[in-house]
Write a protein that binds this ligand. Structure first.
Ligand code: NAP
Length: 311
């Protein structure tokens, strides 16, 4: 079977693209990937997705996205694209190195992943005081002392943003020089609520009940000396990696691996569109990803119509 559209990814961008495409009477296959539901599956309360005045848990929101697309006939299938042949439409996508599925059009919504330090305690406390999204979780740290790890623009931006809530933000950076742009550095250095802990890395996140953060164990990267800091939240801002490895050499990517669209949501390959965090490293919000998913579906629908008229 050749689907009208194959969508890669099951975050807000992928599901919203599927919603619009299936309501336009297109046959839609959505490949869910390994992390079904995407990054929101590792958040707890989502309070900034419009329409949920009392907030909603990330996994529950993604379940609702899925139910909504299935209602309109989208076929959701567990599996990841392991290689693609985008030479001509219908495009061929190999799923889990086995089966090949085909789509007249494709929407890439494979998302991005926040980088983590890789500590066992960090993994265990995600959603319980450890976060990689200040916009999502900053609100929970009113009048609390917290830390941000990183020395780039994201770390400066998140540290500044978090001072709206937290009583004190300690930026922990592994070197004594920031990577961030001058203006972002200046803003953070001038903020009286931000302190810098230079030449340090986090080696353990401390907890008492396993449901909260009470401090950090840190190590001086020069001397190796260990110490502890008492605080209630840890934000990681050490970068994101878009999930675009299989498109390298096929789809135009920037130096960080983000998809570079050519015409609105269309990539350099006509008929292949991109939406969400794999293309947008600036906003990275569920609502903006959903908006891009909608745009990609509308662009693809028009492209398919143009193909029919041309043919
Ligand atoms: P980034 O520029 O790659 O910076 C990552 C930071 O995290 C670096 O300071 C790095 O340290 C540190 N880091 C990386 N791995 C680490 C680890 N395992 N342990 C401890 N520290 C670690 O990433 P970003 O800040 O997310 O920015 C990504 C891109 O988006 C950049 O081009 C940035 O300019 C852009 N951006 C722009 C804005 C804005 O203009 N408003 C806002 C956010 C992001 P080292 O410095 O030692 O390598």
């Amino acid at each position: 079977m050749i689907y009208d559209v194959v969508i890669l990814g099951s975050g807000p961008a992928g599901y919203t693209a599927a919603l619009y495409a299936s309501r336009a009477n297109l046959s839609v296959l959505l490949l869910e990937g390994i992390e079904v539901g995407g990054q929101l599956m590792i958040t707890t309360d989502v309070e900034n997705y419009p329409g949920f005045p009392d907030g909603i848990m990330g996994p529950e929101l993604m379940q609702k996205f899925k139910e909504q697309v299935e209602r309109f006939g989208t076929e959701c299938r567990f599996g990841s694209a392991t290689s693609v042949d985008f030479t001509s439409s219908p495009f061929a996508i190999t799923v889990d190195e086995q089966e090949v599925v085909k789509g007249r059009g494709v929407i890439i919504a494979t998302g991005a992943q926040a980088r983590w330090l890789g500590l066992e305690s960090e993994t265990r406390l995600k959603g319980y005081g450890v976060s990689a999204c200040a916009t999502c979780d900053g609100f929970f740290f009113k009048d609390k002392e917290i830390a941000v790890v990183g020395g780039g623009d994201s770390a400066m931006e998140e540290a500044n943003f978090l001072t709206k809530f937290a009583s004190k933000v300690t930026v922990i950076h592994r070197r004594d020089k920031l990577r961030a742009s001058k203006i972002m550095q200046d803003r953070a250095l001038a903020n009286p609520k931000i302190e810098f802990l230079w030449n340090h890395s986090v080696t353990e996140v401390l907890t008492e009940t396993g449901r909260e953060v009470v401090g950090l164990k840190v190590e001086n990267t020069q001397s190796g000396e260990e110490s502890t800091i008492a605080l209630e939240g840890l934000f990681l801002a050490i970068g994101h990696d878009p999930t675009t490895q299989i498109f390298r050499g096929i789809i135009d990517l920037d130096e960080s691996g983000y998809i570079v669209p050519e015409d609105h949501t269309m990539t350099n390959i006509p008929g292949v569109f991109a939406a969400g965090d794999c293309v947008d490293h600036r906003y990275r919000q569920a609502v903006t990803a959903a908006g891009l998913g909608c745009q990609a579906a509308l662009d693809l629908e028009r492209w398919l119509e143009d193909q029919e008229h041309a043919g």
